[in-house]
Design a protein around this ligand. Structure first.
Ligand code: CMP
Length: 140
């Protein structure tokens, strides 16, 4: 599924009412939205989603942040979607993000960084399946 990636508009950006502006970036960059929904992650879901980071010093704060309010999650479709979405959002740390990227424009900090993007095709498949059932994803 190298044409799909998972996007999350995180609680900081949803709380600041940046959802519409970020969806505009998604569409302007040529992605199709194959699935989208609003969720409020439980602690258990956030711990499972970010399990790869569980030994990192920021893990507990990250889980607290991701459960602090609702997120918008989306499966995005485009050729080379993982790389294209990572280019659209910019570096994890907004101070290092390129001008015009979503994180440069809307992120607060390395943790409260407005959006998530899958980091590989393999993880994109897993992350989309974590939040969406197959029948929620439209391929048209
Ligand atoms: P994301 O792309 O969702 O993947 C892991 C998240 O952990 C990342 O965005 C940030 O929200 C957070 N993160 C990564 N590095 C750090 C860090 N050094 N300090 C705090 N949070 C971080």
């Amino acid at each position: 599924m190298s044409n799909m990636t998972l996007a999350i508009i995180k609680p900081d950006a949803v709380g600041k009412r940046f959802t519409g502006k970020i969806i505009d970036h998604i569409l302007s960059a040529g992605f199709d939205i194959a699935a989208m929904k609003k969720i409020h992650m439980t602690t258990e879901e956030a711990q499972r989603f970010y399990a790869v980071h569980k030994e990192r010093p920021f893990f507990n704060d990250l889980v607290e942040f991701m459960t602090s309010g609702p997120c918008i999650i989306a499966a995005l479709k485009k050729e080379n979607a993982v790389e294209a979405w990572r280019a659209t959002i910019g570096a994890t740390n907004p101070e290092e993000a390129d001008e015009g990227t979503i994180r440069k424009l809307y992120a607060e900090s390395v943790q409260n960084n407005a959006v998530h993007g899958s980091d590989s095709d393999e993880n994109a498949v897993k992350e989309i399946a974590f939040f969406f059932s197959a029948d929620e994803i439209l391929s048209e």
